[in-house]
Design a protein around this ligand. Structure first.
Ligand SMILES: Cc1cc2nc3c(=O)[nH]c(=O)nc-3n(C[C@H](O)[C@H](O)[C@H](O)COP(=O)(O)O)c2cc1C
Length: 238
């Protein structure tokens, strides 16, 4: 790895109080422990408008978006990072609106020309940095890993076009258990967060989140019957 600076985009509207931020902060702590530097940005607390689809950034003013907001600075930071960490809750089986909105605004980082990629599929080539890596950190409420299928597929296509080489995924199902007061859930969450930290260290050292590590990271925190018992206790009318 040329360098080990990470830019983390924490894309939950719940911000630092949410489950996604909890998992992300542990992952970033691991990166720091591994000798990397970390910068965290929260798109929901920034002024980032939706892409208007005007294509000015490809025609009238190449590389420069027509909208003047925080996205120009964010794109410049994106281009400087060695590793980009996208952290999002699953909302309706995909990424949060905030994460999608900022990704749509990365159009100025792409070449307008459409060409076949190495696999023959059409794509826009990346302008600027082409040696970056990307990590997906995502949490969801339901206990099944399939909830992440749509998000993983979309993220993989985005990485492909942005020429970010995937460094791995940290996917947490049944995220509510991370903040449960139940003693067994707390113990499981503490063990899980240590694993997440280890994954961060691996990435900081230039490695990947390997399949065996992923297998542990993606295991249920508690047996399903416990999950259902605890989760159905939270949404009772107070
Ligand atoms: C609008 C909305 C949509 C959601 N959609 C899903 C979903 O499709 N599947 C799922 O398992 N959880 C879903 N959830 C639960 C969140 O993914 C889960 O609570 C997540 O960990 C929240 O992260 P946060 O605390 O960082 O915001 C949804 C939550 C909200 C508020």
């Amino acid at each position: 790895m040329a360098g080990n600076s990470a830019l983390a985009l924490s894309c939950s509207p719940r911000g630092p109080k949410g489950s996604t931020a909890l998992v992300l902060s542990e992952f970033l702590e691991g990166i720091r422990e591994g000798g990397g530097s970390v910068e965290v940005l929260e798109p929901y607390r920034m002024n980032i408008s939706p892409c208007r689809g005007c294509f000015s950034c490809w025609t009238k003013t190449p590389g420069v978006c027509a909208i003047e907001d925080d996205m120009a600075a964010l794109n410049a930071r994106l281009d400087r990072a060695d590793t980009v960490v996208f952290a999002t809750p699953v909302y309706h089986f995909t990424m949060s609106e905030g994460m999608k909105r900022l990704i749509e605004r990365t159009m100025p980082l792409l070449d307008p020309e459409v060409r076949p990629g190495p696999d023959g599929r059409a794509r826009h080539a990346r302008l600027g940095r082409r040696d970056q890596r990307a990590v997906l950190v995502a949490t969801c409420g339901f206990p099944e890993l399939q909830v992440f299928d749509g998000l993983r597929r979309t993220f993989s296509d985005i990485c492909d076009m942005m020429e970010w080489s995937p460094a791995g995924e940290v996917l947490r199902t049944g995220s509510g258990l991370l903040s449960s007061r139940d003693a067994r859930a707390r113990e499981a969450a503490a063990g899980y967060l240590l694993l997440v930290r280890g994954a961060g260290r691996a990435v900081a050292g230039g490695g990947m989140i390997e399949p065996e590590c992923r297998h542990h990271l993606e295991s249920d925190l508690l047996p399903r019957e416990e999950y259902f018992r605890l989760v159905n206790g939270w949404f009772v009318k107070r």
